[in-house]
Design a protein around this ligand. Structure first.
Ligand code: C2E
Ligand code: MG
Ligand code: MG
Ligand code: MG
Length: 292
């Protein structure tokens, strides 16, 4: 098995430990060290208002500058960090770094909109989340209304009573709550209605084939309508083409994020974006003219 219960993670492994398990152990050791040695970096992906073209937020997406393996994407290490509990230390760093960066941009006169930080299941269920957020907001001086947490639909629904309590504490602080990967889990509409949710994020898997898969289009349409009736904002993630954008505009979707506008940017490039060196206005004007 791969469960670890003590200080020395090797002793619990059986002799038939294969190369894959060995890789995971190395990775686990590396993550622990990388948190201490500052090998993680945050990239920022713009979220846009599809009517005005205005930047409404940036999603913080972690990357790992691994000394041997190069730049690693979160899916290469977040699941393992989640499994081992290292996500708590890593997640703390991500939250603090993102909030400090957002405040720095505000102080420099830029308007990044909301800083949207992904919170994993283990982090969300960890008893220290709310106090960590209080501490981070105090340390950074960031306006709490500028912070939005992205939590996946499945994590939210895992333990609804606990979710209610955590959400209530976060709502008290005016922190935004976005349901990430919306449509991929099993939400109870009754709970959705009662949670203080500020935004649904339509999962990229429904946007990918939206122009030629009528089921995906129907789901996107339904989520947009649901958001409207619950008075919750809705954003489409993973918009890559003008055709996808036109379709979403036709459905009344007001917010979008995706490679069509911008890939996740390192802090320096994000600052250029904020300074207006990149513009999404033209991309949007074209799509709006073509949408029906
Ligand atoms: P997510 O929160 O749903 O983030 C969106 C992912 O889609 C990001 O991948 C982003 O780079 C990618 N993406 C955005 N637009 C497009 C597009 O137009 N086309 C395509 N093909 N992809 C697009 P990334 O950065 O690899 O992150 C993957 C997942 O890892 C995230 O999914 C999130 O669940 C997790 N993650 C990322 N950063 C963090 C973090 O700081 N903490 C935690 N707990 N999880 C994170
Ligand atoms: Mg997200
Ligand atoms: Mg997502
Ligand atoms: Mg996703």
């Amino acid at each position: 098995g791969s469960k670890k219960s003590g200080g020395n993670s090797f002793q619990f492994y059986t002799p038939d430990m294969n190369a894959h398990t060995h890789d995971l152990l190395m990775l686990e050791r590396d993550i622990a060290r990388a948190v201490k040695e500052n090998q993680f970096a945050i990239y920022y992906q713009p979220q846009l208002d599809l009517q005005s073209g205005k930047l409404i937020g940036v999603e913080a997406l972690v990357r790992w500058q691994h000394p041997e393996k190069g730049l690693l994407n979160p899916l290469d290490f977040i699941p393992l960090a989640e499994e081992t509990g290292l996500i708590v230390a890593l997640g703390k760093w991500i939250l603090q770094a993102s909030c400090h960066q957002a405040k720095q941009w505000c102080d420099a006169g830029y308007d990044p909109g909301r800083i949207c930080v992904n919170i994993s299941g283990r982090q969300f269920r960890h008893g220290t989340l709310v106090s960590l957020i209080d501490e981070t907001l105090t340390d950074s001086g960031l306006n709490p209304e500028m912070l939005e947490l992205e939590i996946t639909e499945s994590v939210i629904m895992e333990d609804v009573e606990e979710t209610f309590q955590t959400f209530a504490a976060l709502q008290d602080r005016k922190i935004g709550l976005a349901v990430d990967d919306f449509g991929t889990g099993y939400s109870s509409l009754n709970y959705l209605r009662r949670f203080p949710i500020s935004k649904f994020k339509i999962d990229r898997s429904f946007i990918q084939d939206i122009t030629h898969d009528s089921n995906d289009a129907a789901i996107a349409n339904t989520v947009i309508a649901l958001a409207k009736s619950l008075n919750v904002a809705v954003i489409a993630e993973g918009i890559e083409t003008e055709a996808q954008l036109e379709m979403l505009l036709g459905m009344g979707c007001r917010q979008g994020q995706g490679f069509f506008f911008s890939e996740p940017l390192n802090a320096q490039d994000m600052e250029k974006f904020l300074a207006g060196d990149f513009s999404c206005q033209q991309l949007l004007a074209q799509a709006r003219a073509n949408s029906t």
